[in-house]
Design a protein around this ligand. Sequence first.
Ligand SMILES: *Cc1c(COP(=O)(O)O)cnc(C)c1O
Length: 369
Amino acid sequence: MYGKEVLKGMTAYKQGMQISEVQRKYNLEKIVKLASNENPYGFSDEVKSYLQTADHDYAFYPDGYAYELRKSLAEKLEVTDEQLVFGSGSDEIITFICRAFLHEGTNTIMAAPTFPQYRHHALIEGATVKEIPTINGRHDLLKMQEAIDEQTKVVWLCTPDNPSGEIISKSEFTQFMDKCPEEVLVVLDEAYIEFVDEDLRFDLHDILARYKNVVVLRTLSKIYGLAGLRVGYAIAHVDIANKLNIVRGPFNTTSLTQRVAMIALQDDNFIKETKRQNDSVRKQFEQFLDQLGWTYNESHTNFLLVHTPIDADEAALYLLKHGFIVRSGSLLGYPNTIRVTIGLEDDMKALHGVIEKLQKEINSGEVSR
Ligand SMILES: *Cc1c(COP(=O)(O)O)cnc(C)c1O
């Protein structure tokens, strides 16, 4: 048949339900999407004003090197221009890494469960995937390190991790890196870094100075609220960045997204304010769950992996019928959990009500365990 042999056993990405789809299916007036960890506060006002006046000449190709965005981000991060790689979301950079570093006969190490795109693209490149089970949602770095052999080319660390929300501590990371051979590329996926309290974040300059083999991935899809525009970036040593730029398509970011990203990255207040509100609403949600007796993983993100007393698909369907789209953990590798994005305060209060109703129906036997 058509295509690479490995594709036979794989399927296309199964996305969460779209709002309009749920509206049609269940005939609901209001739907709240808490399924993809988007920013419920939208994005920076500076970006909004810019979008009202934006007039690019779309007949021309964009600057594939993204010169102005590059200069501005390099300055913000205090790295050199050549250390940055831009992608159509960090998802695309994951494909660059697999394309540039993995092939048949090599292997790659990751946690399981974790963000599924690492595995997906590694398999397409023909690499062997070594999956190391998480412990209560946390990466097992000792086992991951033990799994490294001569054929290992890439190790993926996701912190905070999606879907668990848990982080890798600074000491765990340094212990791991100090034992990891320098030839092995270590990808540090920091899609949610801006939600992490400052004292728990890794120091970017420290890491880059100490370890030549690290690639840090970040995105404008999560706290920056620009998931629809598709832009993410990598920070790495020049040699690695150069390799990734070779496999990058020549015009993979658009003129509009480059300009918007530049403006968004300068609005630190929006980021600070989003984190503040997220922390507060997440705390309320946690306290609500505590009272109800439901447990969850420790989150350093804008989502919570909630442990459900009934089957995850059933819990997710119940919430869906009441107007809330969440991700069932059975798709994410954690059965009996749901991953809930932290939404606006009022929407979350309404969600508390629905969860309470669900618990009552479980108690009365209307919904079975
Ligand atoms: C959302 C996410 C990404 C990718 O986001 P993009 O929209 O492609 O930038 C990467 N890693 C993790 C862990 C994520 O949750």
